[in-house]
Design a protein around this ligand. Structure first.
Ligand code: PMT
Length: 403
């Protein structure tokens, strides 16, 4: 459940910070992306260099660092994660969180975030049982802050009792349970979605095929975003290196014909998003043996592939309520996208310019225009995941009103 999850790990100043390197290692082994914020206190126990080396990302420490701010403002830092984890969470940072202080990067990110927060408290037993700490804990729990631990046992100060930060496996398990729970909850809970993604491979012969430059990033991100909104997602994907998002059922295919078949097998569904770069043509009579090199190159005769989007959009009792296509254009983007929406009879089209250098194919960002019956919405250039989240939110709003 942690695959591709983005965790902003806030390391406060407790001796348990020495466990953080192992926590990062274990999280990354499970496919999570970890970015660290290190408080002044935390830096007494673990170095930024260690955290940077293990997380493979920059370590953020200073609220007023211009370079950090220009590269990744503290607001964005707190927004780009899927969850903020404070480990260890000292009595001090819990108190600051409970009273809404923001006097350093960690507390500012915690106050600015719109994402869930989890804390792993760690402190001396007397501090843990102190009414002030217990009151702060209650305040945080009332604000939906998730708490893992603390455990009981020998404490660094030589005393025995509650206050010992949970062991790394327990923290990992708490995070997995959290993401498990959030799948299947949300505005799209109860809705079924089919998403196509990636390229198709159309065989020429036993070893050769026609393909395209789709990486599957955009389609896979759409599948992940719909799952996070609670939808039951079937991702039908051509061959890609893109990891399968958490909480998504995947059907791996090669050709357009197989992709159509897999989509039809996944019906009925309320939502369809066709983000795949489906080959319009296949090679007629593609054989199962390898074409031998002759005097002249072989002539390839191409034949039409089935149009998956148009097939799923066709009026009928099983037609999904909301069918969304993508339009990959190099010229007259909006006009062509509008024409495509009409021709394919789908409800929305996400139009993107795929000209060389646009980075749409294979890149991490995308600039899209949402074409609906009500007009065209021009979205700014966003990371593909952000495009997907924004699309999923639009779909959730549509579902709330119309489904
Ligand atoms: O995968 P990435 O590297 O992240 O790149 C993302 C993307 C550029 C592939 C994606 O954003 C995108 O534009 N996908 C659609 C690519 C495409 O095939 O566009 P098109 O204009 O040729 O097709 C229009 C629509 O019809 C698309 O929804 C497509 O999935 C669908 N189609 C096309 C042909 C076909 N035979 N069947 C289809 O369903």
């Amino acid at each position: 459940m942690l695959e591709n999850k983005r965790i902003l790990l806030i390391v406060a100043g407790g001796i348990a910070a020495v466990k953080v390197p192992d926590l990062i290692r274990r999280l990354r082994e499970r496919g999570a992306h970890v970015r660290c914020v290190l408080t002044k206190g935390g830096a007494q126990f673990v170095t930024p260099l260690t955290l940077a080396a293990l997380s493979g990302d920059k370590v953020y420490q200073d609220l007023f660092s211009l370079t950090d701010e220009s590269e990744m403002g503290h607001i964005r830092l707190s927004r780009e994660a899927d969850i903020l984890l404070v480990a260890p969470a000292t009595a001090d940072i819990m108190a600051k969180m409970a009273t809404g202080q923001a006097d350093d990067l960690a507390t500012t990110a915690l106050l600015a975030t719109d994402k869930p927060v989890m804390i792993a408290p760690s402190m001396n037993a007397m501090m843990w049982t102190h009414p002030a700490t217990q009151a702060n804990l209650l305040t945080l729990q009332n604000r939906e802050v998730k708490v893992v631990g603390p455990g009981a046992g020998d404490l660094a100060c030589g005393e025995v009792g509650d206050g010992r930060m949970s062991e790394v496996p327990e923290i990992i398990a708490a995070l997995s349970r959290f993401f498990q729970k959030t799948q299947g909850q949300g505005p799209l809970a109860g809705f079924r979605a089919i998403v196509t993604s990636g390229p198709t491979h159309e065989p020429i012969d036993a070893v050769r095929y026609i393909a395209n430059r789709s990486s599957g990033k955009q389609g896979h991100a759409v599948a992940a975003a719909l799952a996070e909104q609670g939808a039951k997602v079937t991702l039908v994907t051509g061959p890609t290196a893109e990891p399968v998002p958490d909480g998504v059922q995947v059907q791996k295919v090669e050709t357009a014909a197989q992709m159509l078949k897999a989509c039809q097998a996944a019906l009925p569904a309320e939502i369809v998003v066709c983000a795949a770069a489906v080959a319009d043509w296949k090679v007629e009579g593609a054989g199962v043996s390898k074409i031998k090199k002759g005097k002249a190159p072989p002539e390839l005769k191409l034949a039409e592939n089935p149009d998956i989007l148009a097939t799923l959009s066709a009026p009928g009792k099983d037609r999904p309520a909301l069918v969304i296509g993508f339009a990959a254009e190099t010229d007259n983007l909006i006009e062509n996208a509008k024409a495509k929406r009409a021709a394919k009879q789908c409800d929305w089209i996400v139009a993107n310019d795929v000209s060389p250098g646009s980075g749409a194919f294979g890149g991490d960002s995308n600039t899209v225009h949402l074409v609906t019956a009500d007009g065209v919405e021009n979205w700014p250039t966003l990371k593909k995941r952000a495009v997907a989240e924004r699309l999923a939110e639009r779909i959730a709003k549509f579902a709330e009103r119309n489904l």
